[in-house]
Design a protein around this ligand. Sequence first.
Ligand SMILES: [Fe+2]
Ligand SMILES: [Fe+2]
Length: 229
Amino acid sequence: MASGPQNVREGPMGGERFVDALKVEMEAKLAKLNTDPSLTEAGGTAKLAPLVKMALKNEMEAAIIAAEWVATTPEVDARIAFARHAGDEARHYELIAEEARRQGVSLEGYDALDPPSPVLTYLRTLTTTVDRVAGALVAREEMGGRRNAQFLKVLDAAGHEGLARLYREVINPDEQRHHQSGCAVLARLAVTLEEQESARRTALRLLEIGDQVRTTLMEKMRVIVVPGC
Ligand SMILES: [Fe+2]
Ligand SMILES: [Fe+2]
């Protein structure tokens, strides 16, 4: 392997090489999301309301944190990436909510930000642009995209055609684009050894927290997938 702590200590890599190495490290933590959800599990496909609320929560949290950072991000390309990200996630929220209501899911009194998830709480601790891009765009969007691919399989299996179309045609391609925009910005901004190490730690920590949240939700809510952002 070209990367690893020993090589990293010798000096910073080029930005693109750094991001490629980070993606390889992330893959080890994300691989479990590549499996098909066990659709045969009793009741697995029937729980649209809790799944939709989890999806809405993640979309809202992704929108809100990106929006919070727009005004405090000096680097123009990162600021634009956060602004576009916030707008897209807000649109995802709207589209999912519209379709959910059409399917008879009541969102009366539902507040997606109450309480904030550990992922949002962690993201709010990040103060540098490099860490924010690594956590919210590079790591969280890739994790969310893969969770949504699993969710789409559940939607297809359960015959929720409207939501499935939304995820297939709009949401999932957007999450992939958010991840890619983050990778491009990170490759430009993470140039020093310290920045690269910090971005790496942040991205991997985000995935760990996200995985803990997912495991807890799956046990508590007895669902077979957790939609991402
Ligand atoms: Fe996204
Ligand atoms: Fe989204």
